[in-house]
Write a protein that binds this ligand. Structure first.
Ligand code: NAP
Length: 333
């Protein structure tokens, strides 16, 4: 029998790939979106759209119970809706914590979930590693940003739900086609500028969106519950190494510039002020800067061994794929 899967944040970068993979795997797919969400990457006629106002429990209850009454309970819910940047710190709590709590409450109270709730959290919920030691699923959490703290709070909320079968996915930095955040890094290098805000030896970990989607489905369909999965391409890179790969892929040579901390903070304050005037979250802000300056975002994803996960993309192959997509989309020369 065809299984039902609800994917929230379906209009987003990661969500749209989750929807495609779910369809490919033969699920009946319910795409949780907002009325304002773009459907640019959600064109498959098999998709059932659910317009969910996640700030409103009553309307969510109505829409989700209607869907379940017609098609049966959701075998799986993958909750990928969330915000990664905001002009207002309180919004991280409202979207990443309160909306998650409301969704779980509706699913539980109305008995709408059959098998598993999968929460797409972030490596930021752990905070950076200490010294040069990689972050593991068992590291003591010490998130350094409002975003990271909100994801950790949502995770804690799930761990309190003893009767909810759930899994938590903590992706490292996700990149790939359709992503806008990494584009800025590539455009800067293409303009022959190699910027360092923190150390050149800052440790980073990445995952191509297709590998993340693969790991999420392996975890979702496994019998495992009540645990965290950190997801990367199983390698770690220094910032200098990442830039070397980007330069090689773009075929450019660069001028390397280390931005002193006080200049970076001043620039972040100024770009926040401009962002506030425009009502748009700037790419550079003080919260983001905390992440840029932390010296260790290396991850050890040992739990993935239980799933037989092997990435298809290392950073070199993944960036080649991503750059090719940006070029075809006219976003990069
Ligand atoms: N990208 C990364 O590097 C990365 C790394 C680790 C974890 N994550 C996590 O992965 C998830 C997806 O991230 P992404 O990169 O795909 O981000 P994205 O492209 O910005 O997508 C976010 C999705 O969440 C939805 N959303 C935002 N605010 C909402 C609200 N108030 N109510 C309902 N839906 C809302 C968006 O809907 P609209 O389209 O209507 O805005 C969109 O579908 C997030 O939870 C994020 O924390 C991402």
């Amino acid at each position: 029998m065809q299984k039902n899967i609800l994917i929230t944040g379906a209009s987003g970068f990661i969500g749209s790939f989750l929807v495609e993979e779910a369809i490919r795997r033969g699920y009946r797919v319910f795409a949780g979106i907002r009325s304002s969400s773009s459907r640019k990457y959600l064109t498959d006629p098999a998709i059932h759209f659910l317009e969910l106002d996640m700030s409103d429990t009553a309307s969510m209850t109505q829409i989700l119970t209607d869907a379940v009454n017609t098609h049966g309970a959701f075998d799986y819910v993958v909750h990928a809706a969330g915000i990664t940047k905001s002009l207002h710190l309180s919004e991280y709590y409202e979207v990443n914590v309160a909306s998650t709590e409301r969704l779980v409450t509706v699913l539980q109270q109305e008995k709408l979930l059959r098998e598993k709730f999968v929460f797409v959290s972030s490596l930021a919920s752990y905070g950076p590693g200490t010294g040069r030691n990689p972050i593991t699923a068992l590291s003591t959490p010490n998130p350094i940003t409002a975003y990271g703290r909100s994801k950790r709070e949502a995770e804690n909320l799930l761990y309190k739900q003893t009767d909810l079968p759930f899994l938590i996915i903590n992706p490292t930095a996700v990149y790939g086609p359709r992503d806008k955040d990494f584009l800025f890094v590539l455009q800067t290098v293409q303009q022959k500028l190699e910027l360092y805000v923190g150390s050149r030896e800052q440790l980073l970990s990445f995952v191509h969106v297709m590998d993340l989607v693969k790991a999420i489905f392996l975890a979702t369909e496994s019998p495992l519950v009540q645990q965290n999965f950190l997801v990367s391409d199983l390698a770690n890179y220094s910032t200098a190494e990442m830039n070397r790969i980007i330069k090689q892929q773009l075929g450019v040579s660069t001028f390397a510039l280390t931005v002193p901390g006080w200049i970076a903070v001043t620039a972040a304050v100024m770009s926040e002020a401009v962002g506030n005037l425009r009502g748009k979250v700037p790419l550079l802000n003080r919260e983001r800067l905390k992440e840029f300056r932390a010296s260790n975002w290396a991850a050890a994803c040992t739990e993935l061994e239980q799933l037989g996960y092997q990435p298809d993309f290392d950073l070199e192959k993944g960036l080649a794929d991503t750059i090719s997509w940006y070029r075809t989309a006219g976003l990069l020369k």
